[in-house]
Design a protein around this ligand. Sequence first.
Ligand SMILES: [Cu+2]
Length: 185
Amino acid sequence: MQIPALYIFLIWSAITAAIFVYVGTSNKNPGELSLPVYKRVRALLFFGLTIAAVAFLWLTLPLMPYPDEGVTPDRVIYVSTKQFAFKMSDQPISREDALNDEVFLSIEPIKAGELIEFRVSTADVTHGFGIFTPQGTVLTQTQSMNGYVNRLRHRFSEPGTYPVLCLEFCGIGHHTMKSQLQVVN
Ligand SMILES: [Cu+2]
């Protein structure tokens, strides 16, 4: 997965650099563009990009995982983040418990098929709450932000051990910020 990402990055960087070089060199000999042509190009760009944007939104917005109105989750799990750990509880987590390193919280295993709502917040800086599949690919994620409770709903279809990792660079120990979820039948 890393190598294809590197190639995509290199190709994209080369395209961006080529555009800069083209614009930089083409400015040396500015050509005259007649006003009607200029207006036509501008109208074409405006309407073309507007139609592309509307089509893109129309195609992709229905795929967004918005929680259904009026659907009650089977279970609520409270998540609190702090440099550099996750705390999860079936009860709301007080700010004192969130900040206290001596307080260890745990949750009961999750049942496969249940609709889980994670309520995610942070006790210090912004973190990420990323749930990965047992095979190590991202399953779902939300940010963990100070002063906000972000709700993330997910239904685990298969039992297993799902790693939880921070997806925001939150400080020197970011890479050690790990947890996991147990999903059972
Ligand atoms: Cu982090």
